[in-house]
Design a protein around this ligand. Structure first.
Ligand SMILES: Nc1ncnc2c1ncn2[C@@H]1O[C@H](COP(=O)(O)OP(=O)(O)OP(=O)(O)O)[C@@H](O)[C@H]1O
Length: 223
């Protein structure tokens, strides 16, 4: 089993708050991992650290065997772009842009040629092909969520981090997004990590990591 994520003793403090108090986890390739915890348990902090958005105060983070906080900035930017896809809790889409312009934003930034075949496949798999030219601000929460997932996948990352991907969805859309992650994981050999506060959602994963007060309280691997 190939290791995709390995953190050792990761700590992050915000003044009085100990957001992460020594988190060590190992995540294997092609698994579906749920990080379960109540509000304030440190899920977003951990995901931001895995994505290199914030730096830990202590500890190390290796993604596909590379220590991301030992990389040079430019090297990391390129590494992140090609290895990690992030679905933000609040989507972070550009509301005045169309779905397809949002999805292609990470590609356009790098002036790369668009893989039209892959784009079409993604749009169809996510059931947003018919919405590709719609302005994002006119879309429902579930539709925006699927656009955000497509944007995270457009550069064919190995690791997808999704922070509360079902947090704002009703039960129908929650089920749809979970099934989608399972299908996309198989189809594109992804490793999918989701953060959630909902045990019913977390139960669907192969690997469950429970965070409590910034510490790993349970780490169960069940395939
Ligand atoms: N930028 C910050 N400045 C100060 N404290 C912060 C900051 N970011 C997070 N915290 C604190 O760190 C702790 C962990 O927060 P975090 O957002 O990681 O939790 P979470 O499990 O993702 O919660 P939620 O489910 O509500 O998003 C909380 O006590 C939070 O208030």
């Amino acid at each position: 089993m190939r290791t995709i994520v390995k953190t050792e003793n990761v700590k992050k403090f915000y003044e009085q708050t100990k957001a992460l108090q020594g988190v060590s986890i190992t995540v294997h390739a092609n698994d579906f991992i749920a990080v379960l915890g109540k509000s304030g348990s440190g899920k977003t902090t951990l995901f931001h650290i895995l994505d290199g958005l914030i730096q830990p105060d202590e500890g190390s983070v290796c993604i596909t065997g590379k220590d991301i906080f030992r990389m040079k900035k430019r090297e990391f930017i390129e590494f992140r772009r090609t290895h990690i896809g992030y679905v933000f809790q609040d989507f972070k889409l550009i509301s005045e842009f169309s779905a397809v312009d949002n999805i292609l934003f990470p590609v356009d930034l790098d002036h790369e040629k668009v893989d039209e075949f892959y784009l079409e496949l993604l749009l169809k798999e996510l059931d947003i092909y018919h919405l590709k030219d719609r302005i994002v601000k006119t879309m429902s929460g579930g539709e925006k969520q699927r656009v955000a997932i497509a944007r995270a996948l457009i550069n064919k990352p190995e690791l997808v981090l999704a922070d509360e991907p079902t947090g704002n969805l009703d039960s129908y859309n929650t089920e749809m997004v979970l099934n989608l992650f399972v299908r996309l994981k198989k189809m594109f050999s992804l490793t999918v990590m989701i953060a959630t506060h909902d045990y019913a959602v977390a139960k669907r994963a192969d690997h469950l990591i429970v965070l409590q007060d910034g510490k790993v309280q349970r780490d169960v691997y069940d395939k």
